[in-house]
Ligand binder design. Structure first.
Ligand SMILES: [Zn+2]
Length: 142
């Protein structure tokens, strides 16, 4: 993974096609990097202001070159979820797009997860006041 600041993160979600999320055309690591960037506030490490991060192997966490560890998903609704981030992003986009009328049944139909999973995802998304995934910027090291 390269220098995060080089990425045009602001338009990241705008450039994602909803269908690509469901079809698996969007790389999970890309979405994780997006979350990491949001969490870090301009891509800087909270401990040392370093901007270079590396993904920790077999983990959803990253570390800066000075070994400070950041979990992009901690403190977000995605934390500890085994559902792919692409599905989450899809559900959030749909929820926003339909003016919060998107239901678990719709989600189940669209992405092919079980109703239980769809219901849990929609409930979590509803928990977010304004469906702003960047809302939680809390820095948590586990
Ligand atoms: Zn650091």
């Amino acid at each position: 993974m390269g220098d995060i600041k080089d990425k045009d993160i602001d338009s990241f979600l705008d450039n994602i096609k909803l269908d690509d999320l469901v079809l698996g055309n969007v790389n999970e690591d890309e979405l994780l990097e997006y979350l990491l960037y949001i969490k870090l506030n301009n891509g800087q490490c909270f401990e040392c202001e370093e901007k270079k991060f590396y993904k920790i192997k077999n983990s959803k966490k990253y570390e800066c070159v000075n070994l400070h560890i950041v979990s992009p998903t901690s403190g977000t609704i995605f934390h500890k979820s085994s559902t792919p981030l692409s599905y989450w992003f899809y559900a959030i986009c749909k929820y926003k797009e339909t003016d919060h009328k998107y239901t678990a049944t719709d989600l189940q139909k669209d992405i092919g997860v079980t109703y239980k999973t769809a219901w849990r995802m929609i409930s979590k998304i509803k928990e977010l006041d304004n469906v702003d995934i960047s809302k939680s910027k809390k820095y948590v090291v586990e």
